[in-house]
Design a binder for this molecule. Structure first.
Ligand code: SF4
Length: 240
């Protein structure tokens, strides 16, 4: 919440060289991925703009594709292979799925696909997410609260979690790295208010297959899942 209010109020970010390198690699990967979708005749729009919630929600959907007759939002993420293996083993990162859920809620897409690619192996795995009422309510409550803080031109209290260790605005929240580390050690889990709703995804049948995307790659995996309906709850490979 604090990070988002800083964004709305125009606070700067402190981007480290390794972050800039990862962003450049990610941009190259996005262009390659969007090109593949176009080649497979799946792509409707690349970088579809999204703006809602009086400007509090804004961004670009990596791709919109035609999938089973409906426009579907696609979010593409790249990560180092070690992190990718964790996603394969335990599921996607909550924050990546939550980002896609935001597109579904505010962009009015019924369904979305998260594609995660490992670097440098270029292995991929995909997850399908449907629009969900509980998640939608949570997102709208957070946006409304963020707007209240922004209108008052005040920053909300910190929500300390291990995300603070990767945050490019952390210097607005802690005096120094020591203070940040101590705070995160004392409270590593992100526990926002209202509490996070569960998110349910289906893993796509592509498994960890290599590059190359088409309708078959986008098939849904059969069976399994905690909900007994082929879905799996995102329990968080990132501490949520
Ligand atoms: S350092 Fe932590 S509390 Fe501060 S904006 Fe970043 S994630 Fe939020």
């Amino acid at each position: 919440m604090r990070y988002v209010v800083m964004e709305v109020l125009g606070f700067g970010r402190q981007l480290e060289p390794e972050t800039l390198t990862a962003m450049a690699e990610g941009s190259e990967g996005h262009r390659r991925f969007q090109g593949e979708l176009a080649e497979a005749a799946l792509l409707v729009t690349a970088e579809a703009p999204l703006k809602a919630g009086e400007g509090a929600v804004r961004g670009r959907v990596d791709a919109v594709i035609h999938w089973r007759g409906d426009p579907t939002a696609v979010e593409f993420k790249t990560m180092h292979d070690a992190a990718f293996d964790t996603v394969l083993d335990r599921g996607p990162r909550y924050r990546h799925v939550a980002q896609l859920a935001t597109y579904l809620e505010f962009g009015a897409y019924g369904r979305g696909v998260l594609v995660v690619e490992g670097r440098p192996s270029r292995r991929r795995v995909g997850f399908c997410l449907a629009r969900d009422e509980a998640m939608g309510r949570w997102l709208r409550a957070r946006v409304e609260e963020g707007l209240r803080w922004a209108e008052a031109r005040r920053l909300p209290p910190r929500e300390v979690s291990r995300y603070c260790l990767e945050c490019d605005r952390w210097r607005r929240c802690f005096r120094d790295e020591g203070e940040r580390e101590a705070a995160v050690s004392a409270h590593p889990l992100w526990e926002p208010e209202p509490p996070l709703p569960a998110i349910w995804v289906r893993r796509l049948s592509c498994g960890a297959a290599g590059p190359g995307i088409d309708q078959e790659w986008l098939s849904e995996e059969e069976g399994g899942g905690e909900a007994g309906a082929g879905r799996s709850r995102v329990l968080g490979t990132d501490g949520v």
